[in-house]
Design a protein around this ligand. Structure first.
Ligand code: CU
Length: 486
């Protein structure tokens, strides 16, 4: 009897121990390390940034409905501030220096916690100065157990992160842009659309060029879900799936009515989820990304076990055109925003002063701005009017919006996005519901345009403004230097 009781006790305590272990495991935050590491590009060794877990894995894969619980550690020698791009989250978790938090000092860390409301392909990148150009970015994937194309199914998930790379220091790229903008432009150049500001040394797909591409082993007959992320600082691409016909099923993490073809457009900061069927025979299948307005391309290579690898050139046969609105007109959201009257209209004029390489929104240069305001509960209409000769990938934080109108032509069931490319001399209208109070960044995702002033915030009425944000808007930037999270 006594012995039985003892065994029962042992059993009970072991059950309780395993319960608490399971709990502890569940509760444990994921550590993300912002690090500097070496990378070989064009046969040259260079230092870049990365965001990795303790096991070395780049970025994170999470599950919808679970909590985002991350301890971000700055193991670099520069201040950082990481933004979780495309996520609907509480404003103070958004990772924006001097707006939602202070930068994280080298050697310091900060914990981020919030429920994961979405699923799909997202990413993270530093929002601090030039960090992003030095590759401080990583994938952020959220799986959904109900998604028929998720990792819970027979689909093999392959993330392809596209980045532009220069050996030149990004601060130098920026000052050179300002200098060259001052030079008079030849008359024949004036009329042309301006596509690429920066002449990069390399274009990377998962940190490889096509000269030494990432080879991804696949089996004949495999079903693939590509998750393509344009994590470039200033480059838009044409995605070419080549021999394999792609089925575009989601854009910016939002499901769409599938579109089947081999050529897709991706603008800076956007994501495309594309399904592919690997043929039932051996072969190599390059997935290419060609830079708009050039012949240059990058990409990864899917290869079956017994296929012979043949070299894919970094130069395409033909120059790619500029991205256009054809894909946007073709995409239909699976779930549109519910019909509701507009209660607030905000106009954002995108302007540039090319002579001084200054980029503006409503004639304001960040951070000296007077943000437009919305009320919680508003159905907001935002109109982007691009009066410049360059396209601007406009990103609104903390919300998903629907594209409803291009140049006065309305779209039915237009695509949902967190970032849209506004073409030169084009007007695009988006709508969203103001259901997430905060001070939300609204900016061009071309890093150099953003740093040259093309950034503002859209503020909810009565949302408390942090002291550092108020100082920033007053231009008291010197007071903010050397203030960090602690
Ligand atoms: Cu721009």
């Amino acid at each position: 009897m006594k012995q039985k009781f003892f065994y029962l006790l042992v059993l009970l305590s072991s059950v309780m121990a395993s319960f608490s272990l399971a709990f502890a495991k569940n509760d444990k935050p994921i550590v993300l390390r912002a690090v500097a590491e070496s990378l070989i590009v064009n046969h040259k060794k260079t230092m870049v940034f990365n965001i990795i877990q303790e096991n070395g894995q780049q970025g994170i894969t999470l599950t919808q409905g679970k909590r985002f619980d991350v301890i971000l550690r700055n193991e670099t020698t520069v201040p950082i501030s990481i933004h979780w791009h495309g996520l609907i989250l509480p404003n103070n978790q958004d990772g924006i220096p001097y707006v939602t938090q202070l930068p994280i000092h080298p050697g310091c860390s900060k914990r981020y916690q919030f429920p994961l409301l979405q699923s799909g392909t997202y990413w993270m990148h530093s929002h601090y100065q030039f960090n992003e150009q030095k590759l401080m970015a990583a994938p952020l994937i959220i799986n959904d157990s109900n998604d028929p194309y998720s990792r819970y199914s027979r689909y093999k998930n392959i993330v392809v992160m596209l980045q532009d790379f220069s050996f030149k220091n990004p601060e130098k790229i920026f000052t050179d842009l300002k200098k060259s903008a001052n030079q008079p432009m030849p008359a024949n150049m004036m009329a042309k659309q301006d596509l690429n500001d920066v002449n990069y040394d390399a274009y990377l797909a998962n940190r490889h060029t096509l000269e030494n591409p990432q080879l991804i082993k696949v089996t004949p007959g495999d079903k693939i879900r590509l998750r393509i992320i344009d994590a470039s600082s200033a480059t838009n691409y044409w995605i070419n799936t080549g021999e394999l016909v792609g089925k575009l099923i989601a854009v910016d993490g939002q499901s769409i009515r599938p579109i089947t073809k081999t050529l897709f457009q991706i603008a800076i900061a956007q994501r495309l989820d594309i399904l592919l069927d690997v043929p039932k025979h051996e072969g190599q299948y390059p997935i290419l990304a060609q830079i708009e307005g050039t012949k240059k391309q990058t990409g990864i290579i899917l290869i079956t076990p017994n296929a012979k690898l043949s070299h894919v050139s970094e130069d395409a046969k033909q120059t790619a055109s500029a991205l256009n609105d054809a894909q946007e007109k073709e995409i239909h959201a699976i779930q549109s925003l519910p019909v509701k009257p507009i209660t607030k209209t905000l106009n954002y004029k995108l302007e540039g002063d090319m002579r001084n390489y200054i980029w503006k929104i409503n004639n304001e240069i960040w951070p000296i701005v007077k943000p437009l305001k919305i009320n919680k509960g508003d159905r907001v209409k935002m109109v982007f009017i691009n009066n410049t000769g360059m396209s601007h990938p406009m990103h609104l934080h903390g919300h998903i919006f629907q594209l409803t109108d291009i140049n006065g032509k309305s779209l039915s069931n237009g695509p949902l996005h967190d970032t849209i490319l506004v073409q030169p001399h084009t007007r695009k209208t988006i709508i969203f519901d103001a259901d997430n109070p905060g001070i939300w960044m609204l900016h061009c995702h071309v890093l150099y345009h953003m740093l040259a002033g093309m950034m503002t915030t859209t503020n909810y009425v009565n949302y408390p403004e942090p002291t550092f944000y108020k100082s920033l808007l007053k231009g008291k930037i010197n007071e903010l230097n050397n203030t960090y999270e602690n």
